[in-house]
Design a protein around this ligand. Structure first.
Ligand SMILES: [Zn+2]
Length: 304
């Protein structure tokens, strides 16, 4: 009888040892795309045995029309928590809920005052949702997103709660400084109209007092019809040749055509949807936002 009990205890112990590595040692945090990945890397900095995976490859850019790959489903199957942008960016979300009903999903856009997904003169596609999803390009929104992401991480990884909250507070202080810098830096611009090539900058414009006078392609890759091009040439001329802003992630054929037709200058604004894959500086979001500010000062300042 005693021997039987001992054997049972040994079997239990073996089962526990088998369970331990996945149950408590290694934890996996999965993010949906690059801006959320950057925020979560900051929040998880220094956490032991926590791996942060980003689903979409860094070259993906925005998730418009993105379909989950087999590789993504494998990573989600390992995940303890899934952190997303929300506001319609992850159009595949219902598929994730169906496949992994127990997986906690943290929506970073909660509590943010959303703008409608409508660009000048361009109809909103049914699949695209009601809201413009590019909320992270207002640094004050980024602060709100980091708060929500931190709350979700603490709930999913309670044993790391103290470190996550310390990381959150340090990051929030940096983001607040960035927001103030952008607000002050862009306050005195003599010109405010910009033309962009994908509907990524309405939140940025709202926060820092710019006016998105036209959006050439609401979503990257949309074909530009001759009629639309003629219309845009008219808009650019009527506005007195505001600068055109292309994005490093997308081809700027339409921009070059439009610039050639009107003489408007072309600059680059980076919506921070791509970046390095390894050795990512934790300040990458701030670095790119500061670079964008410098570009805007050059393009819209009195000397331009
Ligand atoms: Zn986008």
């Amino acid at each position: 009888m005693l021997r039987h009990t001992r054997m049972r205890a040994a079997a239990w112990l073996a089962a526990l040892v088998l369970l331990l590595p996945s149950a408590s040692l290694a934890e996996t945090v999965v993010t949906s795309f690059y801006p959320i990945y950057l925020f979560v890397l900051n929040l998880c900095d220094g956490l032991e045995n926590v791996t942060v995976h980003n689903l979409a490859a860094p070259g993906t850019g925005c998730l418009h029309d993105y379909q989950l790959q087999t590789r993504d489903m494998k990573q989600l199957a390992q995940a303890d928590v899934f952190l997303i942008n929300g506001a319609g960016m992850e159009s595949y979300l219902s598929g994730v809920a169906d496949a992994f009903p127990a997986l906690p999903v943290v929506d970073a856009s909660l509590g943010i005052d959303l703008l409608p997904a409508e660009a000048e003169g361009i109809a909103v596609g049914e699949a695209e949702g009601l809201w413009n999803a590019h909320v992270w390009l207002d640094a004050a929104n980024a602060e709100q997103m980091v708060r929500s992401l931190a709350d979700g991480l603490v709930a999913a990884l309670p044993s790391h709660g103290d470190t996550i909250l310390q990381n959150r507070d340090a990051y929030l202080a940096r983001l607040a400084a960035l927001h103030e810098e952008l607000t002050l830096g862009l306050a005195g611009l003599p010109r405010r109209d910009i033309i962009t090539f994908h509907e990524a900058f309405p939140y940025f414009a709202r926060a820092y007092g710019l006016n998105v006078a036209a959006v050439v392609n609401r979503e990257p890759g949309d074909a530009l019809s001759p009629a639309r091009l003629a219309e845009l040439v008219g808009v650019v001329k009527a506005l007195g040749l505001p600068p055109l802003f292309v994005e490093p992630q997308y081809q700027d054929m339409a921009a070059q055509t439009l610039a050639a037709e009107t003489g408007a200058a072309v600059y680059t604004l980076d919506p921070v949807v791509t970046g390095p894959e390894t050795d990512i500086p934790l300040t990458y979001y701030e670095d790119v936002m500061r670079r964008n500010m410098a570009v805007l000062l050059e393009a819209l300042g009195s000397g331009a």
